[in-house]
Design a binder for this molecule. Structure first.
Ligand code: SAM
Ligand code: SF4
Length: 347
C-alpha cells in the first residue's frame, strides 16, 4: 500500500531537478569514499583515530549506483573525497565507471579532493578517465612542518604528485587550512608558489568538526586577518566568480592568480548553497554544519535493482535541507559544532 502511494507521488516529480524548500537547486554532490587516510592532520583526526569496519562502507558498486542516481536527478558536478580517496581499494575503478556520465554529457565535472600522497601513481589514469581538475590539500611547503601537521607525512610525495598531475594536464587547486601556530607566517610564500606554478589556491578557516586532541581556538586563524596582511602587500580584486559553495574569490593582481577564501566562522555562505554530501556509509548530509541526514545505505541494500527507490529517498531527503549552519568556535573547550569529522562527511 505504502509503495503504491509512493509511486503515485513519484509520478509528479520524475525528471524534475532537485530543488530544496528554500528554492536552491542541488546540482553538486560530494561523496566520501572512505573515512581512512594515510595522514593524520592535527585539525582533522585523532592520532589514534578509529576507523569504521569495512562492512559499514558502501561498496564500490553501491557508490557507483548512488552517484548514478544523483546524476539521474540533475547533479552536474561530482566530487569524490574522503578520508583520502586514493587509499580506497577500487577507487580508480569507481572513477573509470563514473566517467561514463561525462561521456554521455549528463555530468559536467568529475573531480576529487586528495592529499596528493598517491597522486604520482594515479594522475595519468585520472586524466585518462576524464578528470580535468583536482584539489590538492597542502598546508605547508616546509618538510618538517608538514611532518608535524600531518603526523608523519612525507612532503616529497605530495610534491611529486603535483608534478605528475601537471604532466598529466590536470588543473590543480591547492587547498590550505590557515593555522595560527603552524603556517600563518608562510601563507604569503605559499600563494606566491602556487600562483607561480599556475595553480589556484583556496584558504580555509578551521571548522569545529569532530573531536581532535588540540583546542581549536588555538589553531583558529581568522582569514579576515590574513586578508588584511595580504592587502598590505598586494592588490586584491574581488571576483564575481561563485561556485555555490562557501568560497569567495579574489584576483591577486601582482601574482595574476586566483585566491579563494572560505570563512565559515566569520561569514555564512548558505543562501546560494547548491550542495549536499554523502558519507562513506551512505548517509546523506544536507549541510556540513548540521545533523540533518538520511540513510541511503539501507535504501541501496534494501532495494537492489530498484533505482527508483533510491531516487525517491534522495528527493525526500532534499526536502529536509536546512537553511544554513551555525558554527561557533569562540568557547574554549566547547564541543564541536557537529561530532563527525571532516574525514567522515568529506571535505
Ligand atoms: N584527504 C583529502 C584531503 O586532505 O584533501 C580529502 C579529505 S579532507 C577531509 C578535505 C579537506 O578538508 C582538506 O582540504 C582538509 O584540509 C579540510 N579539513 C579537514 N578538517 C578540517 C577542519 N576541521 N576545518 C577545516 N578544514 C578541514
Ligand atoms: Fe587525511 Fe585529508 Fe584529514 Fe588530512 S585532512 S587527515 S589528509 S582526510
Amino acid at each position: 500500500m505504502t509503495v503504491v502511494v509512493a509511486r503515485r507521488e513519484r509520478r509528479g516529480t520524475e525528471g524534475a531537478p532537485l530543488i530544496d524548500p528554500f528554492g536552491r537547486s542541488i546540482s553538486y554532490v560530494r561523496v566520501s569514499v572512505t573515512d581512512r587516510c594515510d595522514l593524520r592532520c592535527t585539525y582533522c583526526m585523532l592520532e589514534r583515530q578509529t576507523f569504521l569496519p569495512r562492512s559499514e562502507l558502501l561498496t564500490i558498486e553501491e557508490l557507483d549506483r548512488l552517484c548514478a542516481a544523483f546524476v539521474g536527478l540533475g547533479t552536474r558536478r561530482l566530487r569524490l573525497t574522503g578520508g583520502e580517496p586514493l587509499v580506497r581499494k577500487g577507487f580508480m575503478d569507481l572513477v573509470r565507471g563514473l566517467s561514463r556520465h561525462l561521456r554521455s554529457g549528463a555530468l559536467d565535472e568529475l573531480t576529487l579532493t586528495t592529499n596528493g600522497t598517491q597522486l604520482a601513481e594515479h594522475a595519468e589514469a585520472l586524466a585518462q578517465a576524464g578528470v580535468r581538475r583536482i584539489n590538492v590539500s597542502l598546508d605547508t611547503l616546509d618538510a618538517d612542518r608538514f611532518r608535524r601537521i600531518t603526523r608523519g607525512g612525507d612532503l616529497t610525495k605530495v610534491l611529486n604528485g603535483l608534478e605528475a598531475a601537471r604532466s598529466a594536464g590536470l588543473k590543480v587547486k591547492i587547498n590550505t587550512v590557515a593555522l595560527k601556530g603552524d603556517n600563518a607566517g608562510e601563507l604569503v610564500d605559499m600563494v606566491r608558489w602556487a600562483h607561480g606554478a599556475g595553480m589556484d589556491m583556496t584558504l580555509i578557516e578551521t571548522m569545529p568538526l569532530g573531536e581532535i586532541e588540540q583546542d581549536r581556538t588555538e589553531q583558529y586563524l581568522s582569514l579576515a586577518e590574513v586578508r588584511a596582511d595580504f592587502e598590505r602587500l598586494w592588490t586584491l580584486t574581488p571576483m564575481a566568480k561563485r561556485t555555490g559553495g562557501p568560497a569567495r574569490y579574489v584576483r591577486i593582481e601582482e601574482t595574476g592568480g586566483t585566491l579563494g577564501l572560505i570563512t565559515p566562522m566569520s561569514h555564512t555562505f548558505c543562501e546560494a548553497c547548491n550542495r549536499v554530501r554523502v558519507t562513506c556509509t551512505g548517509e546523506l548530509f544536507l549541510c556540513l554544519g548540521q545533523d540533518d541526514k538520511a540513510d541511503l545505505r539501507d535504501v541501496l541494500r534494501g532495494h537492489v535493482g530498484d533505482d527508483a527507490a533510491v531516487e525517491d529517498a534522495i528527493r525526500a531527503a532534499i526536502a529536509l535541507k536546512p537553511k544554513g549552519h551555525d558554527f561557533r568556535i569562540d568557547r574554549p573547550g566547547a564541543a564541536p559544532a557537529v561530532a563527525r569529522p571532516m574525514s567522515m562527511t568529506g571535505g
